[in-house]
Design a protein around this ligand. Sequence first.
Ligand code: NAD
Ligand code: TYD
Length: 341
Amino acid sequence: MKKIFVTGGAGFIGSAFIRLVLEETPDIEIINYDALTYAGNLENLQGLDATRHRFVKGDICDKETVLRNLPEETEAIFNFAAESHVDRSISSASEFVTTNVLGTQILLDAARAKNVVRFVQISTDEVMGSLPEDDAAVFNESSPLKPNSPYAASKAAAEHFVRAARETFGTDTVITRCGNNYGQRQFPEKLIPLMIANALNDESLPVYGDGRNVRDWIFVEDHARAVWLAYAKGKAGGIYNIGAKNERRNIEVVKAILDALGKPHSLIKFVADRPGHDRRYAIDAALAGNELGWKPQTRWEEGLRKTVNWYRENQDWVNRIRNGAYRDYYREMYGAGLKSL
Ligand code: NAD
Ligand code: TYD
């Protein structure tokens, strides 16, 4: 059995990745290292094969605990752990610097100390900033890093430390930069699960600004597969953009959710814009296609239907989150005007 060390595996994408690896790769054993912040949820790990998956509660910024739990000559570290929400980074950036930058460096040091074979950093297209609206421009691997939000800045900084480990110490690194993910088990503060959850409760759907911002959406399982292929087939020092050629304006996404649930468009409420709101993301994933043999398998209509159905069938999952730590933040963000809170 080969051992891999996955950080942030109790979150949205990390848990989808673990599920995929356990299902498709029989000779892999996973150590899932996660601090269980507000976004980490052990319910996301229900039903996993316990003989090949071991959960460890730990912070990536805690060097001793990382070193104690990281086996010598682990095949790979997959660093999914992060503070991941742009709006939170605007309210308070320091946790983003701590986890996303310092935490990544601590993992890089640990990788070197324990002779880890490969370090895979899960990054984001947001490190490359914003593209003009109604334009053919897309992000590729040579686009300059121009992060605009504190979240994006922290992920870009992490990428620099990954690069520095490679250049300075010869660490075998791979970076993936993916667009906006959607799918089951996404924390309901991000656009798609928030809108589904609100619509199911007949609450208003807060759309920032004019709603014309564009995101390039990808189904979470397609991203998870791309990360695995980047590990298995990526070049040392490689950077791979991951996207499904699925640009959508926010307002179009929100209307599609309301239509899927049979709810009226009158639930949409335009609210103040996000400061520094990136206008458009669009990804050229040709390199991942050519070098990794990756291509997305889930069409938007199918992925959105699966996602909406999952949230409809798992309203208790959302309600448990909303009734817990998330409630105060949600009130602060959207005021008390939302019925179920
Ligand atoms: P998430 O917020 O759902 O999950 C993050 C997980 O990391 C949680 O389980 C949390 O408990 C854990 N975590 C946070 N701080 C930690 C720490 N200090 N030590 C250990 N664990 C910690 O995030 P996600 O949406 O699953 O994103 C996973 C990764 O993918 C992140 O690195 C993010 O930047 C990147 N990414 C996300 C998207 C997206 O659309 N969600 C797109 C591209 C890249
Ligand atoms: P989000 O899911 O926070 O992801 P990111 O900021 O990383 O792209 O937001 C996706 C888009 O949806 C972004 O343009 C901001 C917008 N948005 C809203 O209009 N209303 C909301 O309540 C949220 C959370 C996001």
